[in-house]
Design a protein around this ligand. Structure first.
Ligand SMILES: C[S@@+](CC[C@H](N)C(=O)[O-])C[C@H]1O[C@@H](n2cnc3c(N)ncnc32)[C@H](O)[C@@H]1O
Length: 275
C-alpha cells in the first residue's frame, strides 16, 4: 500500500481478540489505546512480573529514534526497511528520517492487521520522500524484499530495521538465516539495526514476565543472550559501542543507579565485500 491520495483513515481489517498480539501489547506498554482486554491482561501481568518492561519499551523507542537519526544524519542513509513496525506512535521511522532528510524513502512491514488498519498514519510523509506499507511476514524475507523493491533501490544502501521483532522468530524458524537473507540483498554501506529482549539481564524476572506474556499470546516470544544477539550482526561491522543495553547506545540517557533494562541493541554496517 502506498499513499495515493484520499482514502479513509483506517483500513477495514479482521482482528483476533481471543489472544494477545505483540503490536497491541506493545501499544498498551507505551500507553496507547489500540488494544483489547486480552492484550491488557497479558501486558499488565508481564509488566507486574518485571517492572523493567515498561521502561525498556520506552527506551527501545528512544533507541529506534537515535539509530534512525544517526543513520540519516551521520551515515547519509536515505532508505529504510522497517520490519515489525508496530502501531504508529510518536517518532516513527519516517518522521525521524524525513525530519533529517526529507527525501528519505521508507518501507514499513508488519504482519498484524491492526497495524495495517492504522497504516495511513505511516504514509503521511514528506512530499520529497516516499513511505509505503507492506502486509508481510518476517518469516518470508524473500517476499518482503520483492515487494519492497518497488519502493527501495537495493543497489543503494538501506537500513534494515529489526527493532524488537526478532524475538517472535523462534530458533526452529532460522532467525539467523532470515537476517542473512535480508542483508545479502542490501548494498554495501547498508545498515542493520536490531534490538531484542535479553535473557541474560535480570534473567529470573525476564523469564517470569515472558512466561506470563506467552500464556496469553498468539505468538510466543523468545528472549536471547548477548552472544546470540551479536550473532545477528554476522557479516557486518558492528558499530561502536557494539551490542549494549538500550540507554548505552550513543545519545541515550539513564538515571544513575537505575536497574538495567532487559534488552540488547546494536547497529551494524555492511562493508564492501560483506555478505
Ligand atoms: C514489539 S513491536 C515493535 C514495534 C517497533 N519496531 C518498535 O520497536 O517500536 C513488534 C512488532 O512486530 C510485529 N511482528 C511480529 N512478528 C512479526 C512477523 N513475523 N512479521 C512481521 N511483523 C511481525 C508485531 O505485529 C509488532 O507490530
Amino acid at each position: 500500500m502506498t499513499d495515493h491520495g484520499a482514502t479513509p483513515e483506517r483500513e477495514p481489517v479482521e482482528i483476533d481478540r481471543s489472544a494477545a498480539h505483540p503490536a497491541r501489547v506493545y501499544d498498551r506498554w507505551l500507553g496507547g489505546t489500540n488494544n483489547f482486554a486480552v492484550d491488557r491482561e497479558a501486558a499488565d501481568r508481564a509488566a507486574a512480573a518485571n517492572p523493567q518492561v515498561v521502561p525498556a519499551v520506552r527506551a527501545n523507542r528512544a533507541f529506534l529514534g537515535r539509530a534512525v537519526r544517526y543513520l540519516t544524519g551521520d551515515r547519509g542513509i536515505r532508505q529504510f526497511l522497517d520490519i515489525g513496525t508496530g502501531i504508529p506512535t510518536k517518532n516513527n521511522t519516517h518522521g525521524v528520517a524525513q525530519g533529517v532528510a526529507p527525501d528519505s524513502r521508507i518501507v514499513y512491514v508488519d504482519n498484524d492487521p491492526i497495524v495495517l488498519a492504522h497504516a495511513r498514519k505511516l504514509l503521511k510523509g514528506s512530499p520529497e520522500g516516499v513511505t509505503a506499507y507492506i502486509s508481510g511476514d518476517l518469516h518470508d524475507p524473500g517476499k518482503i524484499l520483492q515487494e519492497a523493491a518497488r519502493t527501495l533501490d537495493f543497489t543503494e544502501p538501506v537500513a534494515v530495521m529489526l527493532v524488537a521483532v526478532l524475538q517472535y522468530i523462534s530458533d526452529d524458524r532460522d532467525p539467523y538465516g532470515i537476517v542473512a537473507q535480508l542483508l545479502e540483498a542490501a548494498a554495501p554501506g547498508s545498515a542493520l539495526v536490531v534490538s531484542h529482549p535479553a535473557s541474560d539481564i535480570g534473567a529470573e524476572k525476564v523469564s517470569a514476565s515472558m512466561q506470563r506474556y506467552n500464556e496469553k499470546a498468539a505468538v510466543h516470544a523468545t528472549p536471547r543472550t548477548h552472544q546470540q544477539i551479536v550473532g545477528f550482526f554476522d557479516g557486518t561491522d558492528l558499530l561502536e559501542p557494539g551490542v549494549v543495553q538500550l540507554p548505552q547506545w550513543p545519545g541515550g540517557e539513564s538515571e544513575p543507579d537505575a536497574p538495567p533494562l532487559p534488552m540488547w541493541c546494536g547497529v551494524g554496517h555492511k562493508p564492501n565485500g560483506g555478505r
